[in-house]
Design a protein around this ligand. Structure first.
Ligand code: ADP
Ligand code: MG
Length: 308
């Protein structure tokens, strides 16, 4: 089920939390909403899940409008809110049965709850009260709650915040698996997260989309050339390195270790090898330094800020 967001603007008083935001998400993908605190991620998710109304613009689930067809839309969407408000005094099973009741699902409640406990890996903890659970397990209860009516669209607001590394790996794996069948939109302020889970990333800053694409294409788009770390066996003259095709900058790190900056789009690695062969030099190591989404994000948000 696709989700279409068209020209959404949201004001809190006089403050614009979202400013003319548009994007479309197709089914069977995991899309990451990446942005710093206050960017407008949670606001966007609340609008998509019918929790708060927008000031203008529309959101549609395969043609169903979130405001006019809100009951239909709610059946199709599972939502894990940011500060997942769980009833801490309830037992896991009790809470999940309560949620099943809210959705008025047909069939056995306890069977559905047992399935959810299985899927989200809550088995060992299932007899506990929610208040007695660690953050990671509470998050699983939140996910179980979001998934219980088998929605086609899943909206997860910072689903991995506060998890320890093992829990993180588990939950990420679960989300990726869910993304194969469902439309998943998750928000995060952690760059590695979108690289680890998402097929596509939408970067949002101060209520506006500033970039949208696969994380690979974003890396490419904002690439101002690459950095190559190379170590020669012999001493090399800096100027001769600078003359290599596609090289735009050279910095000596230490001894025969050099940092080579390349022009955008150039593959200077081939040229470097040729240079070594032509000059009877041996390359001991050669490594491309990947530009992380984190760097790109900083660059994009900085450029965006400086335009103001
Ligand atoms: P994010 O989830 O990306 O951190 P939010 O959507 O929570 O961002 O917030 C976007 C902006 O809107 C922030 O500046 C925030 O302070 C403001 N905001 C969010 N919720 C409210 C609210 N209920 N009332 C007033 N301002 C709000
Ligand atoms: Mg938020």
């Amino acid at each position: 089920m696709s989700v279409t967001v068209k020209n959404i603007t949201k004001l809190y008083g006089s403050q614009k939390a979202l400013d003319d935001v548009s994007f479309k998400v197709e089914s069977g993908s995991v899309v990451g909403f990446l942005g710093p605190n206050g960017a407008g991620k949670s606001t966007m998710m609340k609008i998509i899940t019918c929790f708060i109304p927008q000031n203008s613009g529309i959101v549609e689930f395969c043609g169903q409008d979130v405001i006019e067809d809100s009951l239909e839309v709610r059946k199709n969407v599972g939502y894990l809110p940011e500060n997942n408000p769980l009833y801490t005094d309830m037992y896991i099973k009790e809470y999940l049965e309560f949620v099943v009741g809210l959705h008025q699902l047909s069939g056995s409640r306890s069977k559905r709850v047992a399935e959810m406990i299985e899927i989200t890996g809550l088995g060992l903890e299932q007899h506990k009260k929610i208040g007695a659970l660690s953050k990671g397990y509470r998050q699983r209860v939140g996910l179980a709650q979001a998934l219980i009516h088998d929605p086609k669209v899943l909206i997860l607001d910072e689903p991995t915040t506060g998890l320890d590394p093992n829990q993180l790996a588990d939950i990420r794996q679960l989300i990726r698996a869910l993304g194969k069948e469902k439309t998943v939109i998750l928000s995060t302020h952690i760059m590695q997260e979108v690289e680890a889970i998402c097929d596509r990333v939408i970067i949002i800053n101060r209520g506006k989309i500033i970039a949208d694409g696969s994380s690979a294409s974003l890396t490419k788009a904002s690439n101002s050339g690459e950095l190559i770390l190379v170590e020669f066996e012999q001493t090399v003259n800096k100027n001769s390195l600078l003359q290599i095709n596609g090289v735009s900058g050279v910095e000596n790190i230490q001894g025969n270790n050099w940092k080579i900056k390349t022009q955008p789009g150039a593959d200077a690695r081939g040229a470097l090898f040729k240079f070594a062969v032509d000059n009877n030099l041996a390359i001991l190591s050669l490594q491309k330094q990947e530009q992380k989404l984190e760097d790109i994000f900083q660059k994009l948000t900085l450029e965006n800020d400086s335009k103001k």
